[in-house]
Ligand binder design. Structure first.
Ligand code: AGP
Length: 574
């Protein structure tokens, strides 16, 4: 949600910041803006829409210091006024902000300002900063004490002072050639530096005379250790027209890389978890919740009670915690607010927490301290594809490790990875399916989970109203919706549920509904054939054509799959 890039030094800051924003665009693409110093004046340029709109406005600007922002709207609609950076009332201070000031209404009233230029919580925050006393750093530190909520902020004043602050939302800072750069995602820093610093919660930084000085919430100077930049392997990236297509096509390679990294068992042996845990509970949101569901199936198969929870539900539920259980937080970004809130809660209660993430220095990793990485490489498209496959695969490998069956399955897995099929879906089938008004996905057990993920993918990027249902549940209500305007896409990869699912499809046909069966079994239904592998690995095979289906329908309808409306890649607000 929202990306921040700030830069200062003997360099073209506006250019570097806009380039950084382009990389961060996956975090929000409603609008963007930069604040910069020109002739000792603090100025702001903003544009609604993609970063290229802003780029056109600022291409001839040269400034040694700039702060920039790409927005995913929370408070206030998508307008230039609501775009960041926001000026304080006097226009002497500009702020970019990722996060939410929860008590902004109350703070707004106290500020007693007559005219507001935007509807955002950030404008309240920057005015709060302006009203405080002291240096810019002292002002942000004291203003932040009054703020309830989350923030990653970069603040620039008319004298060129640049300060940073962080609570919950991510913020990193690094020395780069000829200057210093602060960003929401270290990916921007890739190729620009070898080392970076992660700001912790309620930590602040002042950038002065080519140095970064760090402070705690009391304004006391702190010494921070730098971290090594992760090498992003850009060589393995397949360049297609859209990130989503490249990312689906990368699945085979990243599964192989993931396996290579886990094969010797070292990564598993480094994590701390109860020996033979009494329970394994997984907590996540969206697509990551679906991989958590698959994970729970794997753990149950090896005899460990396991349950997957939606993070936003878990947080306010009355779940009974178990000191002998392992709690796995699954998240591609490691930034998802609901998942993080649950991890914090369970960590405080001294539960054994493990992060399964695709982002090495993520906040979730920091909270859990115990991490299983996925090796999917950077995932840019909002719709998660390769990261999902990687999560499912790591959870499968972890279940083998716990059960002591890793070695036994080695040959089977290697064979699977060599033959891993990226089954695409035929254009005629795509054309046919896209004509239906109602698209349902069904399956049983692991195939139901694939159905859930397939339906999410479809609605996320095609805006077609679709939902998934456990096939046995069809006749308990949803069958009432089935008619000639409906197609039911069924996934079937398990022998034990095959016959029952086929009967469900007959029930659909009897109501004039159309059917497409995605299966490795022989069938007379209209079908898409996928190859057979051991059942536990089939969810990795069957999801691919479903991802392609969503992608192709999206392309057919003329939408951009990488930037679905109303969504952002990292959901850092609850
Ligand atoms: C996936 O296609 C979605 N964009 C979304 O459901 C996502 O999986 C969810 O927001 C969780 O994100 P995370 O994995 O980064 O925590």
């Amino acid at each position: 949600m929202c990306g921040i890039c700030a830069c200062t030094g003997n360099l073209n800051a506006v250019k570097l910041v806009t380039e950084g924003l382009k990389i961060l665009e996956y975090r929000g693409y409603d609008s963007a803006g930069v604040a910069y110093i020109e002739n000792e004046n603090l100025k702001v340029e903003k544009a609604v829409g993609e970063i290229c709109n802003l780029e056109k406005k600022v291409e001839n600007l040269v400034s040694f210091t700039a702060i920039g922002h790409t927005r995913w709207a929370t408070h206030g609609g998508v307008t230039e006024n609501n775009a960041h950076p926001h000026f304080s009332f006097s226009k002497n201070i500009a702020m970019v902000h990722n996060g939410i000031v929860e008590n902004y209404k109350e703070l707004k009233e106290k500020l007693e300002i007559d005219t507001w230029r935007s509807q955002t919580d950030t404008e309240v925050f920057v005015n709060l900063v302006e009203k405080e006393n002291g240096t810019l750093l002292e002002k942000i530190i004291s203003a932040s004490r009054k703020v309830i909520g989350s923030f990653a902020v970069a603040i620039l004043d008319e004298k060129g002072n640049l300060v940073l602050g962080k609570r919950e939302s991510p913020l990193y800072v690094a020395k780069i050639k000829n200057g210093i750069m602060a960003v929401s995602d270290t990916y921007v820093l890739s190729g620009l530096t070898e080392n970076f610093y992660t700001l912790g919660d309620n930590e602040f930084a002042e950038i002065k005379n080519d140095e970064i000085y760090f402070y705690d919430k009391n304004g006391k100077k702190i010494i921070k250790n730098s971290e090594k930049m992760q090498k992003f392997d850009k060589k393995s990236t397949i360049f297609e027209k859209t990130h989503m297509k490249s990312e689906i096509l990368e699945t085979k390679n990243i599964l192989k890389t993931t396996y290579k990294n886990y094969q010797d068992g070292n990564l598993f042996s480094q994590i701390i978890f109860p020996n033979r845990p009494k329970e394994i509970n997984l907590i996540a949101c969206g697509t990551a919740y679906h991989s958590a569901l698959q994970g729970a199936e794997y753990f149950k198969k090896i005899g460990i009670p396991s349950h997957a929870y939606i993070a936003s539900e878990f947080r306010y539920g009355n779940e009974i915690l178990n000191k002998n259980a392992l709690y796995i937080f699954v998240s591609q970004s490691g930034e998802t607010a609901d998942t993080i809130a649950c991890a914090k809660m369970l960590k405080e209660k001294k539960m054994c927490c493990l992060a399964l993430t695709n982002t090495p220095n993520s906040y979730l990793n920091q909270i859990c301290g115990n991490v299983l990485p996925t090796f999917a490489g950077k995932e840019i498209a909002v719709a998660s594809t390769k990261a999902y496959s990687c999560q499912v695969f790591v959870l499968y490998l972890f279940s083998l490790y716990i059960s002591g069956k890793f070695q036994e399955k080695e040959k089977e897995i290697e064979n699977f990875l060599v033959k891993f099929p990226l089954v695409d879906i035929d254009k005629n089938v795509v054309d046919k399916i896209s004509k239906f008004e109602k698209i349902f996905f069904i399956g049983r057990r692991q195939d139901y989970i694939t159905a859930l993920e397939s339906s999410l993918k479809l609605k996320e990027i095609t805006y077609i109203n679709s939902f998934a249902i456990a096939s046995g549940e069809l006749k308990h209500g949803t069958l009432a919706l089935i008619d000639e305007k409906s197609i039911v896409i069924a996934i079937c990869t398990e022998e034990k549920t095959k016959e029952k699912l086929f009967s469900n499809l007959e029930e659909v046909k009897a109501r004039n509904g159309s059917v497409l069966l995605v299966t490795n079994f022989e069938t007379n239904f209209d079908n898409l054939k996928i190859p057979t592998f051991p059942p536990s690995l089939m969810p990795l095979v069957s999801i691919i054509p479903m991802q392609f289906l969503a992608l192709h329908i999206c392309e057919k309808l003329g939408y951009n799959p990488d930037k679905p409306k109303n969504l952002a890649k990292s959901v850092t607000v609850e």
